[in-house]
Design a binder for this molecule. Structure first.
Ligand code: FNR
Length: 216
């Protein structure tokens, strides 16, 4: 069935779903945009993003998004001039992708403010939440030099992702601890066990994303 045939179907009016279906009708690849929640040049989470790109299964492309140029959320700034260009650009990249992968550090057993700030901007204006987030397949992974593997931060994302109406991937977990030994000084993933876990996670997440983008 051609994507156009869906114009009057039940998909119409389900925010984001028709758009994703039309888009998927024009391509075979599943696209996932992965975003690191750290601004550090030598961020372990950015290294994990890059490793996820390399670990993408056949038929899946992992693109890299950045929160680097997103300012602190300011309601006055928004009221005066709307969302900043970096927010608009990242939003459109998320909309164009089939799935979203948040690669989150953990700060004080929670979500880093800089990453939450970016998601908060991306949720503005609220009328755009359905288009950007609703029913969008989302996964959360993370890396830390500590032992906890960002488990607490990953749990911290749950109410946020539920509020935004995403389809949270719960079919696997990737909590990378001891990151100082998992990646080398050039940022390469050198731990074979973690690489295997990452490949398994990406395969399962990509399958979940592909399934979610199919019409239901
Ligand atoms: C941390 N770090 C940290 N790690 C952890 O596993 N659990 C935690 O609760 C915290 N808390 C925390 C608070 C603050 C303010 C900072 C700056 C750091 C350590 C953190 O995991 C480490 O700095 C990572 O390297 C951060 O991720 P990136 O920047 O390497 O991606």
């Amino acid at each position: 069935m051609e994507p156009e045939d869906h114009a009057d179907s039940e998909l119409y009016g389900r925010p984001g779903l028709l758009e994703r279906w039309c888009w998927s009708g024009t391509k075979n690849m599943t696209t996932i945009i992965a975003i690191s929640g750290s601004l550090r040049a030598t961020s372990f989470n950015t290294m994990l993003v890059n490793a996820a790109v390399a670990a993408a299964p056949a038929g899946t492309t992992v693109e890299v998004g950045s929160i680097k140029d997103i300012p602190l959320y300011d309601g006055d700034l928004e009221a005066a001039s709307g969302a900043p260009p970096a927010v608009i650009a990242l939003k459109e990249r998320i909309v164009a992708a089939d799935g979203l992968l948040l690669v989150s550090p953990e700060y004080n057993n929670g979500i880093p403010g800089v990453f939450k700030n970016a998601i908060d901007w991306l949720s503005r204006p609220a009328a755009d939440i359905p288009r950007v987030f609703a029913e969008r397949p989302v996964g959360v992974i993370g890396a830390t030099p500590g032992r906890g593997g960002t488990a607490m931060a990953q749990a911290g994302w749950l109410p946020v992702l539920r509020t935004l109406g995403t389809q949270l991937f719960t079919g696997g977990r990737l909590q990378v601890g001891g990151a100082g030994k998992v990646f080398d000084s050039s940022g390469a993933l050198v731990d074979a066990t973690v690489r295997g876990l990452l490949e398994a996670y990406m395969a399962d997440f990509a399958r979940f994303v592909a399934k979610q983008r199919s019409p239901r």
